[in-house]
Design a protein around this ligand. Structure first.
Ligand SMILES: [Mg+2]
Length: 273
C-alpha cells in the first residue's frame, strides 16, 4: 500500500460555516488508521493553529496544531527563510501575523517607527485605516521585501462576503507599484512546509474544495489533487477549469474520498507527477 501525505483544506472540506460536514470525523479516523498522514493548510491569517484546533475540537474534529499551516504562520516562515537578515518588519495585518514573526525572532516595528522597517508583511487587518495604508506604502516604496499572507480577495461570511487579505494587498501593490510575494495558497509553499515535518517517502495528495487555491497549489507542486464537491466548486467548474486548476479526481466529499482511498489502490505514483 502506498502511504499518503494528505494535505487537506478545511473550510468546505471539514466543515461549512459552523457545521461539520457529514462523516468527517469518521473519515479522518479511517484515513489515519490506514496509515496515511494528515496535514491541514488554511489561508486563515488571523487565528493560530491552536485556536483553530480548539474550535474544531468543539465540532468533534480532532486536528493536531503542529500538523496545521495557517497563512500567518506561512508568511513568517517564508520571510525568515528567504530573507533571514530581516529583523524589524512592518505589519499591516493581524496580531497573529505579528506573533508569528516574533516566534521566529523578528520584532515587528510599532506604527510610528515605520521608517525603521526592513520588510513589509500585509494580511487581513480588521483595524485598517488610511494612515496604516499610507505607512505600508512608505515602507514598500523603500524597496524592502514585501510579503502577503495570501491573495484571497473575499471571504465567505454568513450569507455574503467580506473583503479578504488580497483586497488589502492589492491596495498596497497599487500604491507602491510593486508585487507582493504571497505565502498562502495557490502558492505551494504551505504544502511543502508541511511535508518537511513528515517522514520521507510519502506520496503527497491534496484534498480541497477550491480550484483556484487548493487545486492550483497542488498542481503547481506536482502533487495529485482531489476536488471535493462539498464546498465552493461544482463538478461543472472542475470540468471547465484551465489545465493548471484541473483536479486529478473529483469526489462528493471527504467521506467519499476516504472510502475510496482506503478501499483500494486508487492513487499511485504515476498521478500528478
Ligand atoms: Mg476551502
Amino acid at each position: 500500500m502506498t502511504r499518503l501525505a494528505l494535505l487537506l483544506d478545511m473550510d468546505g472540506v471539514l466543515y461549512r460555516g459552523r457545521h461539520v460536514l457529514p462523516g468527517v470525523p469518521e473519515a479522518l479516523a479511517q484515513l489515519e488508521a490506514a496509515g496515511h498522514e494528515l496535514c491541514f493548510a488554511t489561508n486563515n491569517g488571523w487565528s493560530s493553529a491552536e485556536e483553530i484546533s480548539e474550535r474544531l475540537q468543539h465540532m468533534g474534529i480532532s486536528v493536531r496544531p503542529e500538523r496545521m499551516a495557517t497563512a500567518a504562520w506561512a508568511a513568517a516562515k517564508l520571510l525568515h527563510t528567504r530573507w533571514p537578515a530581516v529583523r524589524r518588519p512592518y505589519v499591516l495585518g493581524s496580531a497573529e501575523v505579528a506573533r508569528q514573526l516574533r516566534e521566529r525572532g523578528m520584532q515587528p516595528v510599532a506604527e510610528e517607527d515605520h521608517q525603521q522597517a526592513d520588510a513589509l508583511v500585509v494580511g487581513i487587518d480588521l483595524e485598517l485605516s488610511y494612515r496604516k495604508l499610507a505607512r505600508a506604502q512608505a515602507v514598500g516604496l523603500r524597496g524592502v521585501p514585501f510579503l502577503a499572507t495570501d491573495m484571497d480577495g473575499a471571504y465567505p461570511w454568513e450569507d455574503g462576503w467580506l473583503p479578504g487579505s488580497g483586497s488589502l494587498v492589492a491596495a498596497v501593490e497599487r500604491a507602491t507599484g510593486r508585487t507582493a510575494v504571497p505565502a498562502g495558497k495557490p502558492e505551494p509553499f504551505m504544502y511543502r512546509a508541511l511535508l518537511q515535518g513528515l517522514p520521507e517517502g510519502l506520496l503527497p495528495v491534496v484534498i480541497g474544495d477550491n480550484l483556484g487555491t487548493d487545486i492550483r497549489a497542488g498542481r503547481a507542486a506536482g502533487f495529485a489533487t482531489i476536488l471535493v464537491l462539498s464546498g465552493i466548486a461544482t463538478a461543472a467548474d472542475a470540468a471547465a477549469a484551465p489545465p493548471e486548476e484541473r483536479p486529478d479526481y473529483v469526489v462528493a466529499d471527504l467521506a467519499a474520498a476516504a472510502a475510496w482511498i482506503v478501499g483500494g489502490d486508487a492513487i499511485s505514483d504515476e498521478h500528478g507527477r
